[in-house]
Design a protein. Structure first.
Length: 327
């Protein structure tokens, strides 16, 4: 066997996990690159030894790794899955381990619908409220994902992430594990276009959303019909906000949207909402050097209120706080 093909064969038959370097083999005019992956790769069948060896071009991308430049998403920081998939997952030994982590910004709560509405119309909000109340008091934000399907079955809320009463009310679905049908012992998955399921889910989401103050908080986004291309958030519930100001945060645009007016439209719409709240002003944090964003802030009337040199992900940066008076 050709030595190169033997090496490729050995590499391709090893399951890859975590961060690993692999070779992807292909025939014809395809290029074979050396790449770094962080998710498992499906095993690939390699041509028999008698087949002509593929053309091999190796490109080492290691020199292109960049661990020094600051992300163009200031003040987003890190987040911790707490909990995720299960109420006992990703717990931490000490609160200080989370609070002391540099750049920790918010918790990501991912739980099944069944934990929050165990019976139709009866809600157990305490499941998430105790997490929210504890950690927002420390200045952390909260994001959510409420799931309708899980893969484990060790608890009834996991097997029926969409609550069992939805199925008993007539919603269609089946028991599946990893895409394959199982017996009734497997996780139940609704037919996601079923009208009974959609009606029950709509009422749950309405109850969930009604618990948050739409007069103070809003997330605005743009899309191209297939994907989200930009977003901005007005956070009126940030306990760390000074003087009753609203916190403008998570202003993000896809690269292809920049220079087309999407950022200006998002900023203008968010400030119109901010003015409707009656709050005295709005502030944001950014980094020096983000010139396009700075031009938007200047045009909207923001003023530079604070500037300090700090360290973010091992890089020294100039952090800037801008304020806009709404009075």
């Amino acid at each position: 066997m050709n030595p190169t093909l033997a090496l490729l064969t050995a590499l391709l038959l090893i399951p890859l996990v975590g961060g690993a370097t692999c070779y992807a083999a292909a025939g014809g005019n395809d290029i074979i690159d050396r790449i770094t992956v962080k998710t498992p790769l499906r095993r690939t069948q390699v041509a028999a030894a008698e087949a002509p060896p593929p053309r091999l071009i190796v490109r080492d991308l290691t020199p292109l790794q960049d661990a020094t430049r600051v992300l163009v998403n200031p003040q987003k920081g890190w987040y911790h899955h707490y909990p995720d998939n299960h109420p006992n997952k990703y717990q931490i030994a000490r609160d200080a381990d989370l609070l002391g982590f540099p750049g920790m910004d918010h918790l990501y709560i991912r739980l099944a619908w069944a934990y929050l509405e165990p019976k139709e119309g009866q809600f157990d909000w305490a499941v998430i409220d105790r997490i929210i109340e504890k950690w927002t008091a420390h200045g952390l934000g909260i994001s959510f994902r409420i799931s309708c399907k899980e893969t484990s079955t060790d608890r009834i809320e996991q097997q029926f992430a969409t609550p069992r009463w939805v199925m008993e009310a007539g919603a269609q679905g089946g028991h599946y594990r990893m895409g394959k049908a199982t017996g009734p012992e497997g996780p139940w998955e609704p037919a996601f276009d079923d009208p009974v399921f959609l009606a029950k889910l709509d009422r749950f989401l309405a109850a969930f959303a009604a618990r948050y103050d739409p007069r103070q908080d809003v997330i605005l986004s743009t899309d191209d019909g297939a994907r989200t291309t930009g977003s901005i958030t007005v956070d009126g519930s940030d306990p760390a906000a000074p003087g009753g100001l609203l916190h403008l945060r998570w202003f993000i645009l896809a690269g292809g949207e920049r220079g087309r007016g999407a950022g200006r439209a998002l900023l203008e719409e968010s400030l119109a909402f901010a003015r409707s709240t009656g709050r005295p002003g709005v502030y944001l944090w950014t980094f020096a050097g983000l010139d396009a964003a700075r031009r938007l802030y200047d045009a909207a009337g923001f003023r530079l209120a604070e500037e300090q040199v700090g360290e973010t992900w091992g890089t020294r940066v100039t952090e800037q706080r801008f304020v806009l008076d709404l009075g």
